[in-house]
Design a protein around this ligand. Structure first.
Ligand code: ADP
Ligand code: MG
Length: 586
């Protein structure tokens, strides 16, 4: 090992850049946050080729004089804190004085800035961390920062960038979050010269949300009556019960104006809708928590994505209270989806214990029955019963008894009661079929008589554009059609009962959550098959009559793993004869 040396500043900045600047979207975040801190009323973000070629943020904020325009490029140069005790109560978005030097060290960087009271502005050009040009400039008051060729001098980092489309979608997402946090600022976003959105300043957050996500999204939200508790004030919206999404990008939680993704906030929201939403779905929400800055430590993550709360349990309680208060009036009949396993009477049959293809002897098949793993806050005492034990006989000579609640098929299984959940069963069957299809081609699709044009959020539209081929494989043919709009020509063939909008949103949600890549490897095929099967199962027709019921049961038992959906939801449940008589014994 050589002798210790202090790193030259540029190298040190590049090291810091690795932490602050992971990707184009993080550059945009830092620049826009600076504009917000500078009191801007209007912020324009332009970028080219997913931000890798060029990113430019222009604001009409305070601007900087010549000496500040130079000083802000020094490491740890900040106007926002003065001493370490200031760190204890941060009220600005930035505070480390690290972002600009970091960004400038890994790009061709140009800053021009002018204070309103100054005659002329200053233009500084920095290439790979070295200042090249300092001159007067005649820009409008405010600051304009242009970042070209990100990571041009650190090829190793360039390699980590995702495709242009993905980076673009990340940037747009990032600006959306900042725009929701600051409706009082007008935002314009231009991608490769085309307008992605132009948001007028407004005092009304609902207007901002509508401008960004459409009237429909707003209609799905319930207001949370603002309240204050334990020094934390809360306001915002949460989705109506039943409007769950598998993707959490629409769960926007802000703490003191900063978007914060934390289990401290997401878990209570999830908990509040227990029994109202299927496992794996999350309620979209836009919630603002404001508290004493001293109660939040922002100085824990290089990109300030995480914070530490002085009292997380307080915050958790407040988040739970907020969600429950919004849902207090939403009645169960308002179309919500009951939770999985909420029926304590029946127990799911555990999967992959045996396969119907090679049963050793049909009448002595060991099927283990287990209790649902759902934690009940207060289990209904009426149905408390001992956990049924294993070795329940099970075969598939079952006699069809009827349909229940449009959801279950009931069979007499040698004196026991076999319940099959229609949707879960279809999901398993379709999953295995789709998976097989994908190894040779695409999932079957159905052409629409008339193509449908949908208006989506800019981030969703960008994602779709970036994943057109992948969606094609999933049976969805969609292409970008103007700003934030897409045109859909064909949808997966089995999802006949869902609207095109529902299909698109659900599919995008699921694929994005699972991080589906564009190459069609095994993992991606499984993701696609599982997403489309869930979709198709939700939008499928009910089996008709005894014939339909038998076919469904047979198809299910023909599967490789019939007892659960790919996500582990049980497909069948058996109340064994022994269990039945136990229930009625003295
Ligand atoms: P930080 O935001 O943590 O202070 P930055 O490196 O992001 O650090 O910025 C350094 C300083 O440059 C800021 O403290 C601020 O004084 C100044 N600055 C940066 N961007 C702008 C802007 N858009 N308008 C006015 N001043 C700015
Ligand atoms: Mg900053």
């Amino acid at each position: 090992m050589g002798s210790i040396q202090v790193l030259p500043d540029i190298v040190a900045s590049q090291v810091a850049a690795g932490e602050v600047v992971e990707r184009p979207a993080s550059v945009i975040k830092e620049l826009v946050e600076n504009s917000i801190d500078a009191g801007a009323r209007r912020i324009t973000v332009e970028f080219q080729r997913g931000g890798t070629r060029m990113m430019r943020v222009t604001d009409d904020g305070s601007g900087m004089d010549r000496s500040d325009a130079l000083l802000c490029l020094e490491r740890h140069a900040t106007s926002k804190i003065r001493q370490s005790t200031d760190l204890a109560a941060i009220t600005t978005m930035g505070f480390r004085g690290e972002a600009l030097p970091s960004i400038a060290s890994v790009s061709r960087f140009e800053l021009s800035s002018r204070r309103r009271e100054d005659e002329a502005g200053t233009l500084v050009t920095v290439i790979g961390g070295k200042i090249h040009v300092v001159q007067e400039s005649g820009e409008a008051p405010g600051t304009k920062i242009e970042v070209g060729d990100l990571f041009f001098n650190v090829p190793a980092r360039r390699k980590f960038l995702r495709g242009e489309q993905t980076e673009a979608a990340n940037i747009i997402q990032q600006i959306e979050f900042l725009a929701v946090a600051h409706p009082e600022i007008a935002f314009t976003c231009l991608r490769d010269g085309r307008e992605v959105f132009r948001l007028a300043a407004t005092e009304d957050l609902a207007v901002r949300l509508r401008d960004l996500h459409g009237e429909e999204f707003l209609g799905k939200l319930l207001p949370v009556a603002s309240f204050e508790s334990q020094g934390i004030s809360v306001r915002g919206w949460i989705a109506k019960p039943g409007e769950g999404r598998s993707d959490r990008t629409l769960q926007m939680t802000f703490v003191n104006g900063r978007i914060i993704r934390s289990p401290v906030l997401s878990l209570p929201l999830r908990e509040a809708c227990d029994g109202m939403l299927i496992k794996g779905l999350h309620p979209p929400a836009v919630l603002f928590f404001d508290m004493d800055p001293a109660a939040v430590d922002c100085n824990v993550h290089p990109a300030k994505r995480e914070v530490r709360f002085r009292d997380p349990s307080n915050l958790r309680a407040v988040a739970l209270q907020a969600a429950r208060s919004a849902w207090g009036n939403a009645s169960p009949s308002s179309g919500f989806t009951p939770g999985v396993g909420s029926d304590p009477l029946f127990s799911p049959i555990i999967s992959s214990v045996w396969k119907p293809h090679d049963p050793p002897s049909q009448h002595e098949l060991p099927v283990y029955v287990m209790e649902s793993d759902r934690v009940e806050e207060s289990p209904p005492p009426l149905y408390q019963h001992p956990s049924p034990s294993g070795n329940v006989g099970f075969a598939f000579s079952a006699r069809f008894l009827g349909q229940l609640a449009g959801k279950y098929l009931l069979f007499d299984e040698q004196g026991g009661l076999l319940l099959l959940e229609i949707r879960a069963a279809r999901e398993r069957i379709l999953y295995e079929r789709f998976l097989a299809r994908l190894t040779i081609g695409e999932i079957e699709s159905q052409r629409l008589l008339l193509p449908e044009v949908l208006t989506l959020s800019p981030a969703d539209a960008a994602w779709i554009e970036a994943h057109e081929k992948l969606l094609q494989k999933a049976g969805l043919s969609a292409e970008l059609f103007g700003q934030g709009s897409i045109k859909v020509d064909a949808v997966p063939a089995d999802a006949v009962n869902l609207s095109v909008m529902e299909i698109v949103i659900r599919l995008v949600d699921e694929l994005r959550t699972q991080g589906a890549s564009s190459s069609l490897d095994k993992g991606t095929r499984e993701t696609l098959a599982s997403s489309v099967s869930r979709l198709a199962a939700a939008g499928g027709k009910l089996p008709s009559g005894e014939e339909g019921a038998r076919i469904l049961l047979k198809d299910l038992l023909d599967c490789n793993l019939p007892y659960s959906t790919p996500k582990g939801r049980p497909t069948m449940s058996l109340l064994a004869p022994g269990e039945l008589s136990r229930r009625f014994s003295a």
